[in-house]
Write a protein that binds this ligand. Structure first.
Ligand code: ZN
Ligand code: ZN
Ligand code: FE
Length: 757
């Protein structure tokens, strides 16, 4: 028999995720000999046996890897067989090597742990902190590197003999699982009042009783505190809304399992898969008309943000309650969620009637991640728990390490070196002091965790972004300013592992342009090194500047003025805002305190106001979200998308779109049809604009980015039309198309700028 020996290197996220035990058991199962060990950048396997078995072994290494592992590359070479008989886990070659080992994201309780959790004969029966190498907290408990229990918030808990045995046994599921614990040695759950006094002996059954009585609970999770009430309890949900000072922004719901999720929403296959994935994000899904959920949960919204239990605490509560709960971030209004115990008690005491809490500290605050399913694939809206800090693999290795400071809203930072970019968890809006602190902490901790000393620091062009100011004040390395929409497009390229020149369509709210206007409806010819602005939306005034973002009716006034001047027909939106209408039209007309913008987001706002969807927003993007929901999904009509050639590139004639909407409004066409025709018109504008660019430069790949593309109707239809016209389409899959993805784009652009320097 032909015995072969292979030296195999596995790179990626393969340490601290049960990879060595997996290799060990796979090799033994297949009767192969050799060894497995950790090395500086992953895992090394020496394996020998029959050639056919080795081929299968290499294949299974990839396809059956443990859930937390993420393999970037497997390289193998043949060598002379040694005639070994055993397969063993070898000692790692030195602690220092583990510095480059990657920290895994936090993962939902795995099926094995779940079985044990509800097995009365298991020694961890009903233990709220059960976990193993395949699941449990990671990123949120890490304090430093190397990733080791002593460098996590589990350090104060000394393992009992039984846990220590599992931890040391290579054949055990808990081999080197840093947070391993049991009721005898690990963290303890308690139900307390705001002053920390215990309210019940059994925290879970006490908490369930409180929820059934309509009370509001603060529940400590993986990345912070949540606030919980029974989702069907109208009075409780309304009380939560009032106490949180949250007007209309939807609350997320945790269903007890997939079956009960199906009672709340019509789930596609892709949505069901996302819901039950170990990353356990909030998935935005179409709600069922008869969903047993209080009206106040998501007022005026046809979608629900759904998730499934992802910690043992959630599973125990769900098991006891068997009905969906609202589970929303533990904060007042727009503050970041509370995650330190003392701070949570102080801030949430005015909202929560009791606290479900424990003595395992949270080191890094993470929010629940939010995704939508587009054509069966996840489209991230907010990237945090379960996803961060998983690296984004780059198409080409960077010449120098980079720190990228991101944008202002939905802030993230990114550190990158070699062929990996680490995008931080969602940090919040930097104008908020707590979020700004999270921003500086994230920069420090990401540099430390991933051993990146930046040789270049990237920031937005906008001089007023706090992230820009931070870069200017603190950077100890050369600065590179990256234009906002170039960063969006570059982010989409990096997200797809692409490094070529493309047509970039960047539609968003606002970003600082290279001229004196605010951009946001851009057609670029771009690669990672640079860009040209090929075309954009015709500019319009934003009467009152930032006030026009909060009050979409002002954008309607500005657009109507542009189309009709003094002859604008009297529309309902003008009637509703009659008192201030003339003054706002004057502002727009005179261009005083009315900066010009080419923003697609602002056009969506204007249309939402025209259709009576919303004159004033209470959270970012609300008008556009509601306009998308209004759109009739079967309407196929489309408003005209025409361009004119101007000195600075082509311009989309938004006046044609607005004029057509007004005509339909006056003809009493139902608003769902108008909303759909507008979406279809914008989708056509995307294709027409891309055709114009293609005629000029011959590029056939289009990258769609910017927050407007969170709109699935637009994204879907634009993709269809582009593909039908022979374009290849790149969409976001790993980082959000909104400003949460900006830091990644900045990082790759600045990395290449450094390349040339
Ligand atoms: Zn597990
Ligand atoms: Zn123990
Ligand atoms: Fe943006």
């Amino acid at each position: 028999m032909d015995t072969v020996r292979l030296h195999v290197r596995v790179e990626g996220l393969v340490q601290g995720v049960g990879f060595r035990p997996f290799v060990h058991s796979l090799a033994r199962r297949m009767g192969l000999a050799g060894s497995v060990s950790n090395d500086s950048a992953g895992v090394t396997v020496e394996v020998e046996g029959a050639r056919g078995s080795l081929d299968l072994f290499l294949r299974l290494l990839e396809t059956e890897a443990p859930p937390l592992a993420s393999i970037e590359r497997i390289v193998s070479r043949e060598q002379a067989a040694l005639g070994e008989r055993e397969f063993v886990i070898a000692r790692s070659n030195g602690r220092a090597d583990e510095r480059t080992a990657l920290v895994s994201p936090d993962m939902a309780t795995c099926p094995d742990c779940l079985r044990e959790l509800f097995d009365p004969s298991d020694r961890r029966y009903r233990y709220p902190f059960i976990n193993c190498t395949n699941c449990g907290p990671r990123f949120t408990i890490v304090r430093g590197v190397p990733y080791d229990r002593s460098a996590t918030t589990m350090a104060p808990f000394t393992m009992c003999a039984a846990c220590a045995r599992e931890y040391a046994d290579p054949t055990d599921r808990r081999f080197h699982a840093q947070p391993v614990a049991c009721a005898a040695c690990g963290p303890q759950l308690s139900l307390t009042d705001g002053r920390g006094h215990e309210l019940a002996d059994d925290a879970i059954s006490g908490a369930a009783r409180f929820l059934r009585e309509g009370r509001i609970l603060a529940v400590k999770g993986l990345g912070g505190y949540h606030l919980a009430v029974l989702a069907a309890d109208e009075a409780a949900v309304s009380r939560l809304r009032a106490r949180k000072h949250r007007e209309e922004k939807p609350f997320a719901i945790m269903a007890s399992d997939l079956q009960s999720a199906r009672c709340l929403a019509e789930l596609t296959g892709g949505e069901a898969r996302l819901l039950s994935s170990p990353r356990a994000p909030i998935v935005l899904v179409r709600r069922r008309a008869d969903a047993p959920v209080a009206r106040a949960t998501a007022p005026g919204n046809r979608y629900l943000g759904l998730m499934l239990p992802y910690t043992p605490i959630h599973h125990l509560l769900a098991h006891e309650l068997r009905s969906p709960i609202v589970l929303t971030s533990g904060n007042v209004s727009d503050e970041p969620i509370a995650y330190r115990d003392a701070d949570a008690r102080e801030r949430l005491d005015v909202i929560a009637d009791a606290f479900v809490t424990h003595d395992r500290a949270i080191e890094t605050r993470t929010d629940d991640s939010v995704v939508r399913s587009v054509r069966g694939v996840a489209m991230p809206v907010r990237r945090s728990r379960g996803y961060a800090p998983r690296p984004i693999g780059l198409a080409r290795s960077l010449a120098r390490p980079v720190l990228a400071c991101g944008a202002e809203l939905k802030s993230t930072i990114c550190v990158a070196k070699d062929h990996r970019a680490f995008v931080s968890h969602h940090l919040g809006d930097l104008e908020n002091y707590e979020a700004l602190r999270a921003f500086t902490e994230a920069i420090a901790s990401f540099r430390r965790l991933f051993d990146v000393t930046p040789a270049v620091v990237a920031h937005d062009l906008h001089p007023e972004y706090l992230s820009t100011k931070w870069a200017l004040e603190h950077a100890e390395a050369p600065l590179v300013a990256v234009q906002h929409h170039h960063a969006h497009v570059a982010s989409c390229l990096a997200d797809n592992g692409v490094d070529e020149r493309v047509i970039g369509v960047a539609f968003d709210g606002l970003g600082y342009g290279t001229d004196s206007t605010l951009w946001g409806g851009e057609f670029l010819v771009a690669d990672l090194a640079g860009f040209e602005r090929a075309g954009h939306l015709a500019t319009v005034a934003m009467p009152g500047g930032a006030a026009a973002i909060r009050e979409p009716w002002r954008m309607a006034a500005a657009h109507l003025d542009l189309v009709y001047g003094a002859d604008a027909p009297r529309l309902a939106v003008a009637e509703r805002n009659a008192a201030r209408w003339p003054a706002i039209v004057d502002l727009a007309h005179a261009g005083v305190n009315a900066p010009l913008t080419s923003s697609m987001g602002r056009l969506f706002d204007a249309v939402a106001a025209l259709l009576g969807v919303r004159d004033v927003v209470t959270y970012e993007g609300q008008a556009a979200i509601e306009l998308e929901q209004l759109a009739d999904p079967v309407e196929t009509g489309a408003y005209p998308a025409r361009f004119t050639e101007e000195a600075g590139g082509f311009e989309l004639r938004t006046a044609d779109l607005v004029g057509a909407i007004v005509d339909d409004l006056l003809a009493r066409v139902p608003t769902p049809a108008i909303a759909a025709r507008f979406h279809n018109g914008v989708a056509r504008a995307v294709v027409e604009g891309c055709r114009l660019v293609r005629e000029r430069v011959g590029i056939e790949t289009v990258a769609l980015s910017g927050g407007v593309f969170q709109n699935v109707i637009l994204l879907d239809r634009a993709t269809d039309l582009l593909e039908a016209d022979g374009f290849a389409v790149l969409r976001h899959r790993q980082v959000p198309c909104n400003d949460g993805g900006i830091s990644l784009g900045q990082a790759v652009v600045a990395g290449h700028a450094a390349d040339r320097a």
